[in-house]
Write a protein that binds this ligand. Structure first.
Ligand code: SF4
Length: 413
């Protein structure tokens, strides 16, 4: 009889990749996944603490599990990730029914935590699960920056890169199970280095693995788009032409107060270099950082005009306890709301304009259904003809409507 595990993940793609990895350790101990909480013998909650809201949702879910556990006290509750790291042993006092706690910095010891709990069988070989067309591979953990609004460095610690051999073995296994598109994950993913192996080398080696058709990465930091990286891109069509690069502000003064490590000018220089290689770029922007003046905000608006982002996700600044910026005097909610509305109004037209700009271009599309696939630069493309799922089709874009492009003619691979 298998143990059934219900998994609830909050936060970023790295957390989803961590949940998959933790499930492998559970499946090696005879567990299978269930989507029904009532059927489950164990629950794994993998948490995020970057925003207050995500942490509250995870804790409120944990609170609700008290009743679930009371119905059957042999049920197991595992709480992991960034909120587990930030709140630590305090959680066990507040939620005594919690069985296993494993913070983000200790995720590599997850397997030992399971064994130490005495609640699971001895590990065997996990059943190989299908990867699907796309798979994630975590290549580093932690962050060496100290952005003044961000809680990540204190909960995840400094950068630790996984050995290149470990990553290549992980990707090979995923490709053997059917993955065609691999997304490399890390908090500052393009800062990756293992001895002499740079991020550019790693991209090339991953794309050489049989079966891999495309390599994506997230989240990059602007300063690590080096000539070495651009050179790899120019010679390797399997490196996807899309990057999500959080800019956060268009004002060099605000970027300095945020300790982002670049100026407005440097950011634009990097974007121009990427666009020259065919990249589309999306971004995140924070409005109303405590030091942001009207002039700073105007700089953000003008950066949006200048950069030509494909999309921008905009957020009102909200302080995170434990970060340096949380000590600063907040701007009024009125100002935050007014600036957010102006910015949202500006970014609303970005997607339309960027889809229209694709008309007439030639794109390589990885088919995700018989009639639809995603281009290297991350646009959905619709075909009249059907193609095998997982194949790469080269096509000219005929028209754009909403958030969809339509293929005109195909050119084979
Ligand atoms: S680069 Fe800055 S925002 Fe990103 S995780 Fe590191 S400290 Fe946080």
């Amino acid at each position: 009889m298998y143990m059934k595990v219900f998994i609830e993940t909050y936060g970023c793609q790295m957390n989803f990749a961590d949940s998959d990895e933790m499930f492998l350790h559970l499946s090696a101990r005879g567990a299978v996944r269930t989507d029904t909480l009532e059927d489950a013998d164990a629950v794994l909650i993998n948490t995020c603490t970057v925003r207050d809201h995500a942490e509250h949702r995870a804790l409120s879910f944990l609170g609700r599990l008290m009743k679930w556990k009371r119905q059957n006290p042999s049920r197991i509750i595992i709480f992991t990730g960034c909120a587990a790291q930030r709140l630590g042993e305090r959680l066990k006092k507040r939620y005594p029914f919690l069985n296993i706690l494993c913070g983000a910095k200790d995720i590599e010891q997850f397997s030992q935590r399971l064994d130490q709990s005495g609640l699971f069988n001895a590990p065997g070989t996990p059943a190989p699960a299908s990867s699907g067309l796309s798979a994630y591979a975590t290549i580093m953990r932690g962050c060496d920056f100290a952005c003044t609004y961000c809680i990540v460095p204190s909960v995840r610690g400094p950068v630790k890169c996984l050995p290149a051999q470990t990553i290549l073995a992980d990707v090979s296994a995923k490709a053997a199970r059917g993955a065609k598109e691999i997304t490399l994950l890390g908090q500052t993913v393009n800062a990756y280095r293992d001895g002499n192996v740079t991020f550019a080398d790693l991209l090339n080696r991953v794309s050489d693995i049989p079966g891999v058709e495309r390599v994506r990465f997230t989240s990059p930091h602007p300063i690590y788009f080096t000539p070495d990286f651009l050179n790899a891109v120019k010679h390797n069509p399997k490196i996807a032409r899309h990057a999500h690069i959080p800019v956060q502000s268009g004002s060099s003064e605000v970027l300095k107060a945020m300790k982002r490590g670049y100026t407005r000018e440097l950011f634009l220089e990097k974007i121009d270099a990427l666009k020259a290689c065919g990249f589309s770029v999306s971004t995140d922007i924070i409005v109303g950082f405590p030091t942001e003046t009207e002039q700073d905000f105007e700089q953000t608006l003008s950066l949006v005009d200048r950069a030509g982002f494909m999309t921008a996700y905009c957020f009102k600044y909200s302080p995170r306890q434990g970060t340096p910026a949380a000590q600063m005097k907040l701007l009024s909610q009125n100002i935050l709301e007014k600036r957010l509305a102006i910015l949202l109004n500006k970014v609303r037209g970005l997607a339309d304009a960027s889809y229209q700009a694709q008309i007439g271009t030639v794109q390589e599309v990885l088919m995700e259904t018989p009639h639809k696939g995603r281009s290297s630069s991350n646009y959905w493309v619709d075909f009249k003809e059907s193609y095998p799922v997982g194949s790469v089709v080269k096509t000219t874009i005929e028209k754009a409507a909403g958030t969809l492009l339509y293929a005109r003619e195909t050119h084979g691979k």
